[in-house]
Ligand binder design. Structure first.
Ligand code: SF4
Length: 430
């Protein structure tokens, strides 16, 4: 078969809680999924998946009904080829990139995203990225990372993408005029959430920058003296890369629910010397609004039991939120990977004795879930249909990643994501 790469644009505190560790068959999406929210965030970036037709289909179906006049992701499909075909594959990839960049002068940052077919693994995408970056410098930066299902689950694609971007961040010089370095909020947040946090930080008097930025030209500077807050719990590699550049993480829970948001903002306020009264004053009104909105949801959800299958790494903060602010009962909290350091504050807030599990042996976990008979199950798409057919109520984990859920104004929306499927089931049963 002749080596052909076709460009197919698609429409658009350490806790000592015991942890059950499982290794076995998993039911999770691969890291390519992250492209769906990353391409919306960095508005002049383009994600070129170097992969198979399966990868193209995954992106197409995950993107669902989104139609773009000018899509910001595509798949360069590599068909089966032998080693002798690799040189041609590299040339073809270069041609695809050339065509794309000629046609789309708006692209300032191009990610070559690796996948799992063996033909792709044989290609050295980091060399390709360096070669293409030199060729198109300074107009376009070309970087690479892997979204392969062998190396990444679901949200780890964002981690890999941000980790690839960290070496591109400008170096921050010494303190300018004694001004502290802006706080870096790390992790993709929906624009509406980012705007709300931006306003709150401004009222608190904390200078802030967000990473990833909305435009490739706005990459924040980093260096010793940079303090950062993680907005997402799945960014282990990006955090490591930032720390290698001298940045320091502010330990905090994640900004989910009233409590999580308050403690997250407070970690920044304390680091930047914001007086307590000012903090209380700035956060009082949104906290009150969120509490009132949450109270309605709590009446629907209190006492209901919930089981989390491992999917997005958001499970521990979500479990903490539903247990503490909605009075839900945790049966099992599964997560693909438990980062004990980043989750220390979250783990300390979980109710004592909760069953935590890391990794997955899907059959065994399904058995435990059936035995527990929870009121609601949070799981991947692949498990949701069979479990619904068995009479269980499910919530797709992917929705919790695609929906704006962080911050005060979203606290009740987040709770509603759990109450809606329960209501639907009740209506069906009525
Ligand atoms: Fe499937 Fe691998 Fe492509 Fe993901 S990267 S869609 S797991 S082939």
């Amino acid at each position: 078969m002749s080596p052909v790469i076709a460009l197919h644009p698609e429409p658009a505190a350490c806790s000592d809680l015991p942890v059950l560790r499982e290794r076995g068959q998993r039911e999770v999406f691969c890291g390519l999924t992250g492209i769906i929210w990353l391409h919306r965030k960095i508005q002049d970036a383009f994600f070129l998946v170097v992969g198979s037709r399966t990868c193209a289909h995954l992106l197409q179906s995950a993107a669902g009904v989104m139609i773009f006049a000018e899509p910001r992701f595509a798949t360069a499909i590599i068909d089966e080829r032998d080693l002798a075909g690799l040189a041609d594959a590299n040339e073809e990839l270069d041609r695809v990139v050339q065509r794309l960049l000629e046609r789309r002068p708006d692209i300032k940052l191009l990610f070559l995203v690796g996948s799992c077919p063996s033909e792709v693994i044989k290609l050295d995408l980091s060399r390709a990225a360096t070669r293409l970056s030199t060729q198109f410098s300074p107009r376009v930066r070309v970087l690479n990372y892997s979204g392969s299902g062998i190396e990444t689950t679901f949200t780890q694609g964002e981690d890999a993408c941000l980790a690839a971007l960290v070496p591109e961040l400008p170096e921050r010089g010494g303190a300018m005029g004694g001004e502290p370095a802006p706080l870096l909020v790390v992790g993709t947040l929906a624009d509406v959430v980012e705007d709300q946090f931006q306003r709150l930080f401004k009222e608190l008097g904390v200078p802030v920058q967000f990473f990833p930025p909305r435009h490739a030209a706005d990459l924040p500077a980093v260096g010793p003296g940079t303090r950062y807050l993680l907005a997402q719990p799945f960014l282990a590699d990006a955090a490591r890369a930032l720390e290698a550049r001298g940045a320091q993480r502010l330990a905090a829970p994640f900004p989910l629910g009233v409590e999580g948001t308050t403690a997250w903002l407070q970690a920044a306020a304390q680091a930047y010397g914001v007086p307590e009264e000012r903090f209380a004053q700035v956060t009082a009104a949104p906290r009150e609004r969120a509490r009132t909105a949450l109270a309605r949801q709590r009446t629907l959800l209190a006492g209901k039991s919930i089981f989390f299958f491992p999917d997005s790494q958001l499970e521990v903060p979500l479990a903490r939120f539903v247990a503490r602010e909605l009075d839900m009962r945790l049966t099992e909290v599964g997560t693909p990977y438990l980062h004990r350091q980043h989750l220390a504050e979250e783990l300390a807030w979980l109710p004592p004795g909760v069953q935590l599990s890391e990794g997955q042996h899907v059959e065994q976990q399904l058995d435990r879930c059936r035995k527990a008979g929870p009121d609601i199950v949070v799981c991947g798409l692949g498990l949701a249909n069979p479990l619904e057919a068995e009479g269980l109520t499910t919530k797709w984990a992917i929705e919790l990643v695609f929906t704006p859920i962080q911050g005060y104004e979203q606290a009740a929306d987040l709770a509603e994501l759990f109450s809606r499927p329960l209501n639907r089931r009740l209506r069906l049963a009525a």
